[in-house]
Design a protein around this ligand. Structure first.
Ligand code: ZN
Length: 492
């Protein structure tokens, strides 16, 4: 028998799919020669009859946009289609001058593929349904007259800028997974230089499809689409909110409708926008002004050959070849520049201890400074200078904890480690003569610590700490320890 309590405790599975629009890095727009630098300059500075939708003009496909699109599709392990087709997606909107957007409908540029996403539970593959090309729309600016009445201005700089739409399978199961997928995808786009992936500037936009279904069910529930969330945090929060909202409706015995909702960043809620259009509403038909897009094997091969090592391949290599743990490997391969820096520092060494030291210097020392002070990699010490610092640690000239201070000083002063160590007197003191006076003082000043040690050898740490403090951290910890044990044994 199912009681009310049991029914209301039904667990739901969250099903999330993301549609990402990424602006491709090209000099000119998708179908005309206007500058694609859509975010700089005066409104309507980068426009021509083609992107303004004047009658009688003809679009021409931008070869570089296609090349970048193919590179993205290959980086996502997709199957690039030898033939694809452009279609008109019809709708009316003030910032869409032609009354339709040129997109790809039933024959997209690429099908299939996946993104390997690192989650707490390990690596998961999120499937890619398709990747297709389209053009961006313009932008409406809403203003107010002095009398309070409103008016709108249209800026067409962005109209016709090449976009790539990347549609995922509904493979994600939590807001965190969706966020992680988005970050991973952004990293890939940046690695290959196909898009800046900058969400704040609108170069990367995300629509999220979310539905819930009872745990174990195979059919999907009614899908809600959240439009144009413009930050990584926003994507996470919007999905989290929507999951909660849908679960509450279902638990209260209500039904969900398929609809489009907007995310309000200020209020932290999603709000209904309109009932979801179906594909029929767009009256898609083949773009009569453009030929079928036919790609040669040579064109695709060239695009493939131009791809650098991708973040997931790099992460695997750091784990298997270098013995770096999974989360450090992910941090090091998160950006192409940081991975290059790591490899310049390790400089082909196979010494695991040295690799571990380089890993720690980057993931702890450097990334902490980078995050706290908003530094860029250009502010980091050069790879040869970091190798110099590692030599000092390995030779026992400075301790690992002193190295932290030296590293920060290297960033601030741009000086070499050996110069800083010498100027600031940071070299470790291993000389028994120099340390003995400090040891004698520590023993004389702290009779309680000595008594504790006589009862429990672990209490030695407190006395070691006293000596380290007196030496401002420069005493060789191991030598102090040995000298203290000898000295205290002699007094027993
Ligand atoms: Zn134009």
């Amino acid at each position: 028998m199912i009681t009310d309590t049991v029914a209301s405790a039904v667990a739901f599975e969250t099903v999330i799919g993301l549609e990402i629009h990424a602006q491709l890095v090209t000099k000119s727009k998708m179908f005309c020669g206007c500058s694609a630098a859509a975010f700089a300059g005066e409104p309507n500075a980068n426009v021509c009859p083609v992107c303004m939708g004047m009658p009688g003009v003809l679009p021409v496909i931008n070869r570089e946009a296609v090349r970048q699109a193919v590179r993205v599709a290959l980086a996502l392990h997709g199957t690039v289609q030898r033939e694809s087709k452009f279609d008109r997606k019809n709708y009316t909107y003030p910032d869409l001058p032609k009354g339709y957007q040129i997109s790809q409908y039933d024959l997209p540029l690429s099908r299939g593929g996946f993104v390997a996403v690192l989650t707490e539970a390990g690596e998961r593959r999120v499937g890619i349904t398709r990747v297709h090309m389209e053009e961006d729309t313009g932008r409406s600016l809403h203003r107010t007259h002095p009398d309070g009445s409103g008016y709108s201005l249209v800026d067409l700089n962005r109209a016709g800028v090449p976009l790539l739409e990347i549609v995922s399978e509904p493979d994600m199961r939590s807001p965190e997974e969706a966020r992680q997928y988005l970050v991973t995808l952004r990293d890939i786009l940046r690695y290959i230089g196909a898009s800046t992936g900058n969400m704040e500037e609108g170069a990367l936009r995300c629509d999220a499809n979310i539905s819930l279904r009872p745990q174990g069910a195979s059919e999907f529930g009614a899908k809600v689409e959240i439009k144009n969330v413009n930050s990584f945090r926003g994507v996470y929060r919007a999905i989290q909110y929507e999951v909660q909202r849908q679960a509450e409706v279902l638990r209260a015995g209500g039904t969900l409708i398929q609809e489009t909702r907007g995310w309000s960043e200020e209020r932290g809620v999603t709000l209904p926008q309109r009932t979801k259009e179906y594909a029929d509403d767009y009256r898609y038909f083949p773009e009569p002004d453009l030929p079928t897009l036919v790609l040669s094997d040579a064109f695709i091969a060239e695009a493939r050959a131009s791809l650098p090592e991708l973040p997931d391949a790099r992460r695997h290599r750091y784990s298997t070849d270098f013995g770096v743990n999974v989360s450090d490997a992910a941090a090091l391969s998160g950006s192409r520049e940081l991975g290059d820096y790591f490899e310049a520092i390790t400089d082909g060494t196979t010494d695991r201890t040295r690799i571990a030291l380089a890993t720690a210097l980057i993931t702890n020392d450097w990334l902490t400074l980078h995050n706290e002070r908003g530094l860029s990699l250009a502010d980091a010490p050069s790879a040869p200078d970091v190798r110099g610092l590692m030599d000092l640690i390995e030779r026992g000239v400075i301790s690992r904890s002193t190295a932290k201070e030296v590293f920060a000083a290297m960033v601030e002063t741009r000086q070499r480690a050996d110069v800083i160590v010498k100027e600031r007197g940071l070299a470790q003191q291993s000389d028994a003569g120099a340390l003995t006076a400090m040891i004698e003082r520590a023993i004389a000043d702290n009779p309680k610590m000595v008594a504790d040690y006589n009862k429990n050898p672990n209490a030695l740490n407190a006395l070691v700490g006293q000596v380290m403090k007196m030496s401002r951290g420069t005493a060789n910890n191991q030598v102090v320890r040995e000298l203290l044990i000898q000295r205290l044994a002699a007094t027993e």
